[in-house]
Design a protein around this ligand. Sequence first.
Ligand code: WT7
Length: 665
Amino acid sequence: MTRVYQPTDYVVEKSRVSSFEKYKEMHKKSLEDPEGFWSEIANEFYWQTPPQPGNFVSYNFDINKGNVFVKWMEGAVTNVCFNLLDRNVRKGHGDKIAYYWEGNHPDDYSRVTYKKLTELVCQFGNALRDSGVGKGDRVAVYMPMILETVVCMLACARIGAVHSVVFAGFSSDSLAERMSDCNAKVLVTADGAWRGEKLLVLKNICDEAQQKAKQKYNHNVNTCIVVSHLNRVTPCGRLPDDIRTLYKWNDEKDIWWHDLVEGQSTICPPEWMAAEDPLFMLYTSGSTGKPKGVLHTTAGYLVYATATFRYVFDYAEKDIYWCTADVGWITGHTYVVYSPLANAATSVIFEGTPFYPDNDRYWALVDKYKVTQFYTAPTAIRALTKCGDEYVKMHDLKSLRVLGSVGEPINPEAWLWYYNLIGGGRCSIADTFWQTETGGHVLTSLPGATPMKPGAAGFPFFGVEPSLLDENGQVIEGPGEGYLVFAQPWPGIMRTLFGDHQRYQQVYFSKFPGYYCTGDGARRDEDGFLWVTGRIDDMLNVSGHLMSTAEVEGVLTEEPRVSEAAVVSKPHPIKGESLYCFVILNDGAVFDADLINSLKKLVRQRIGAFAAPDVIQYAPGLPKTRSGKIMRRILRKVAMGDHDIGDTSTLADPGVVEELFKSRP
Ligand code: WT7
């Protein structure tokens, strides 16, 4: 039996929702009267035209009844950046710290107030406008975790441009594909960045990506804006005397960020945006291999991000909040940039890794900044668990009150370590389940309100009503396990896939008409807790990074020696899941170390280092049904070395299974 953990008095005393009863009451109200519930938050914002009563939300989730659409606060007009910055400065938060920036090297840090951030954003907004970027234009962003990244995103929001951030761990191929798909007008990057002692020369990757975009997609990104970042006081390893020898400079297209903003006014009139105008897009992996440009819009996202941050982290005025996610992922968008600023919060933003200069870096920072809310991923927690408790005990972590987890299911051992050692048995853990598509948390525990079970995502956030469906689309009431779906929208859900509404409807709304389908399975237990059991489509989650088997298979078969490939997930003690790949070779090709290395390298090149396969296995054949569908269930068993494979009678050639077991490395 799983133990139930109740919020401690320490958390309850400071929480907004201080009992389970109160949560249930508020949750009920949020579903019965969405307008009443969300208006309260919306009313805090500045609106050029406020949301109109009676026209608060409209939607269709049923493809049989016509196009799927979601609209919140239609007719309202506002600007997200203005609400995050100017509004807070006007409310008296001008001198409040918006971010403590902590560089990769411990001697490298800075801070920025709300007033200063507003000025920097205005200057860069003007610079973007001068570069020909206007409302609706896409801006590709390929940047490290530095303040300019936040400035750039907010400047886009200010002038109505749509930022499309690509995680700076993606390869030049991935960047090329993404910036071509969204037809980006400019690309913003930095010369380079340190991750621990590793130097990443981002400028080179951008140059390659621009070339590849031209060659492969006939797409020209004519301007590349470059932050000079390597030229800082404390490099973390050896740099050449002249940093500029690390990359090439092309006056035709490259321009320094500092040259561009020099002399720009610190006043930049915001572009007033309709509630449903795009705010940003962000690519996420799709099961067919081609990334999906998830699009979020203005008013609903703002309101939802604000609410989830406030309630899930129980943020209070003097708190110091730290989310370790990279801005390249949705967690960084919503919970490093948009929602903390919307709440006038003070955040820590960290460039480096948990292991540099030593394995105590996270805990040193919690201590240094007296962090009250700490939000990270299970993969990081597991890796840090392995480093040993002494790194934690070196530091005073008593400032902590709420601990967040995101990205994948958290295993009970990691949860308990987090709870007992990091939280000192005093803090609440919010295991937040959500997706790029949901814009913000949808299932979670609430610090002072809901009980917790190690490994359970808990309960729906306000405005969210999850259902579990069986294979036939029947709703499972009470305890049970099924497809995790939602029958109605909350304000932060995505509105479409950029340039491909058809695919949006097909991927998310066609399996069960009337429902948004997450692609995850979930279980409801006797006490009503929801447990997310993981993806039920051909997606993998490696260290919290989602990728599709098709995407990796596509890369493996690019290698001339490989004729066919199948990729499955294998449980991994730190990464959660890892890639286990089966390859069938072309006639005459030899399976050897050279091939394995080439394949691993190819995946890094095409997708990014985080997608590197753990195992590549020679496959004499693949277990296929008579209709030619690969039975991945069987491959997963082979990967695990588990001979208990069950029924193989539907296989075209059952003999292949034994051969696969024999050829395991
Ligand atoms: C997928 C979404 C949302 C931010 C990071 C990932 C998995 C995410 C949890 C959690 C169990 C989780 C799901 C989901 N996932 N958080 N707390 N418990 N699974 O965003 O890249 O869009 O991935 O991550 O499988 O569908 P994403």
